[in-house]
Design a protein around this ligand. Structure first.
Ligand code: COA
Length: 167
């Protein structure tokens, strides 16, 4: 059994970028993560990682404004994204700690609402968010695109539920 009592939640730094690709599984998001780091430097996003013994084992990003949730219709809303924990470390409360930290960071900044998109097939994640007070308010086609590490455009289509929580 892995002892997770020494897991630290902290802000991601530039030096963490390679580790966010895990063992190559998320290499395709290299440019996406670089951009997220750039946004963090400009105060547009907050990136948290969970670390144990020098290994990055999880992450959650917060987008402080989002083109799909303009601040007129969704004032003071933070958008949680890229939430994941490495398989070997799941079901030990680390994901819960990351979500709590993300919500705290939003509250500290005066945000009143958090939104997260969950893939419609991801019943476990949906159950976890419901337990933490999130509820589905809309379906979303989950269509977005990005440029992968090879410079190739990738189009994603993953129907999702948008879930919200008043902070
Ligand atoms: C979703 C995800 C981030 C949750 O992370 P996690 O660290 O496993 O989350 P937690 O451990 O806090 O909670 C999850 C489960 O563990 C249980 N749990 C919480 N604390 C626990 C502890 N200390 N010991 C044992 N189990 C615990 C929870 O009750 C929950 O169980 P459930 O299956 O009954 O809902 C993780 O499963 C993951 O990375 N999944 C793949 C990617 C993904 O789906 N991301 C979400 C995209 S929207």
């Amino acid at each position: 059994m892995i002892d997770t009592s020494h897991v630290v939640i902290r802000h991601a730094t530039e030096a963490d970028l390679p580790a966010l690709e895990w063992e190559g599984e998320y290499r395709k998001f290299r440019r996406v993560y670089r951009r997220a780091m750039e946004d963090a430097r400009r105060g547009r996003r907050i990136l948290f990682v969970a670390e144990i013994g020098g290994e990055i084992i999880g992450q959650i990003f917060i987008q402080l404004s989002h083109h799909r949730f303009n601040q007129k219709r969704f004032p003071s809303t933070g958008y949680l994204q890229s939430f994941r924990i490495k398989k070997a470390f799941r079901n030990r409360g680390i994901g819960t700690r990351l979500i709590n930290r993300a919500e705290e960071a939003l509250k500290e900044r005066g945000y009143i609402r958090a939104i997260i998109a969950v893939a419609q097939h991801n019943k476990d994640a949906r159950r976890l968010y419901e337990r933490y007070g999130y509820s589905v308010f809309r379906e979303d086609p989950g269509e977005w695109s990005f440029i992968d590490d090879q410079g190739l455009p990738q189009n994603i289509s993953e129907p999702a539920y948008l879930m919200e929580k008043q902070l």
